[in-house]
Design a binder for this molecule. Structure first.
Ligand SMILES: [Zn+2]
Length: 459
């Protein structure tokens, strides 16, 4: 089966050019001007931007949190991804206490098997580090799980000794780790103090997780990684102060550190926690939303190439689930939806407002995550031999974000009513047209991606 996409503007990490794309079955066969072939189907995409299918390297589907389970599982979550132009996600499998690394991965395969509508891989969160886990790392990597996750807070956290040992082990095996950076002890103390004062409202949430405690954890991670001589990724960076630590480590020590941020940290601030009643609970995430100055610093870092990837930390709960914390802000399930809306948000507020360019958007949402997480050039680029994952964006159409119109299984939309300056018109997953105009047209085509080792990645 051959499909010819004619007349579009192909976006890559290097630039944009008007050129045709020929798809042969699951792969891109050729790219070039005026490809004269008798394709089975010719689709006119004049005036559209053609991106490599976007990759969201930070989702939590079917995750048990705070006595409940996320509203999106691998079925609805990957449908939402696909509808919004994301053709691959990397979700976080967790090795819980008492489990082997392999058991952690196996549990996530069970959650995803046969359900996915976009391609998917797993990072593995290590929470129980021991000699067996250390011995198992190479096997895990052979199975295509080449990136890991560590928490410096929550009951899944590792201590400094474990953090150091894991960094050394991953350096030896060619793995890489993304780290949730917040100081656990001080957050606990601040929570205790709020509760002792009888404060239980949503507005306490950001107070107990101050910017300095992200920066402290970032700095500690980077210093330990320097001693371990290991590259690291700081996930969901939210603060200017944390960014400052990263820039310093790169400048002073030439350290290899990658950074991810998320649309919510670029586009919302902590005034949302002051909304009337319980409305602020919708935005309870960790790290919390920050100040406008933090947003500006993160946008500038994206523009300067200091932040490599934008993912979502999609971790969705319904309003009913959020009410678990109605009388205690620490019991609000933390997380927000986002997997469906990231491309349009970054296009509208990034590209259209001149903060990032189209090639930068391509790098941050597709090419860089593909490289960093071992999927390049199978994914993350439109080139002969690559998977025909193609997202067709129409910049002459609009999309209004609403809860009623979304695919993700959540009864609120964080950006309710916002007008996006484009439409995700067509999404091809490995050569099959699988979503059109924000709706999935072919379900269940997603496959597990066995990933390779990370590649060094520029901004
Ligand atoms: Zn997360």
């Amino acid at each position: 089966m051959q499909i010819l996409l004619k007349g579009g503007t192909v976006v890559s990490g290097d630039g944009c050019r008007e050129t045709d794309i020929l798809i042969q079955d699951e792969k891109i066969q050729a790219i070039g001007q005026d490809l004269a072939v008798d394709a089975d189907e010719i689709i006119d995409v004049t005036g559209r931007f053609l991106f490599p299918g976007f990759i969201d390297a930070h989702t939590h589907f079917d995750l048990h949190v705070a006595g409940t389970v996320t509203a999106d599982d691998f079925a609805s979550g990957t449908q939402a991804a696909l509808a919004g132009g994301t053709t691959a996600i990397v979700d976080f499998a967790t090795q819980y206490q008492g489990e082997t690394l392999e058991e952690g991965i196996a549990n996530w395969h069970k959650k995803a098997d046969g359900k996915a509508s976009c391609d998917y891989g797993f990072h593995l969160a290590i929470t129980d580090w021991n000699s067996q886990a250390s011995a198992d790392v190479p096997k895990i990597m052979e199975d295509g799980v080449t990136s890991f996750k560590l928490y410096l807070t929550y009951d899944t956290m590792v201590n400094d000794e474990e953090l150091y040992e894991i960094l050394v082990r991953l350096r030896e095996t060619g793995g890489i780790v993304g780290v949730h950076c917040e100081n656990d002890g001080v957050i606990k103390a601040l929570v205790k103090a709020e509760k002792a004062a009888g404060h239980n409202a949503v507005s306490c949430h950001p107070k107990t997780r101050p910017a300095a405690m992200e920066a402290e954890a970032v700095a500690r991670l980077l210093k330990i990684a320097r001693v371990a001589e290991a590259p690291v990724i700081v996930v969901h960076l939210s603060t200017k102060e944390g960014l400052t630590e990263i820039l310093r480590a790169r400048k002073d020590w030439n350290q290899e550190v990658y950074v991810e941020t998320c649309p919510q940290y670029l586009l919302m601030d902590d005034s949302r926690y002051q909304l009337p009643g319980f409305e602020g609970a919708r935005y309870v995430i960790a790290p919390p939303l920050r100040k406008p100055a933090d947003q500006e610093a993160l946008w500038k870092a994206l523009s300067d190439g200091e932040i490599q990837t934008v993912s979502t930390d999609h971790c969705s709960f319904t309003l009913k689930q959020k009410e678990l914390g109605l009388s205690d802000f620490t019991k609000i399930p933390g997380g927000m939806p986002g997997v469906e809306t990231r491309p349009l948000l970054m296009y509208t507020y990034g590209v259209c407002e001149g903060r990032i360019t189209l090639p930068q958007m391509c790098r941050q949402l597709a090419e860089n995550p593909a490289k960093l997480y071992g999927m390049f050039p199978q994914k993350g680029v439109l080139a002969p031999g690559s998977d025909a994952d193609i997202t067709v964006l129409n910049p002459n159409a609009e999309t209004v974000l609403t809860a009623a119109g979304q695919v993700q299984h959540v009864d609120y939309a964080p950006f309710e009513g916002r007008k996006m300056k484009a439409k995700v018109e067509k999404v091809f997953l490995r050569g099959t047209l699988a979503a059109e105009n924000g709706k999935v047209t072919r379900e269940g085509l997603g496959r597990y991606i066995k990933r390779g080792r990370y590649q060094k990645t520029e901004g």
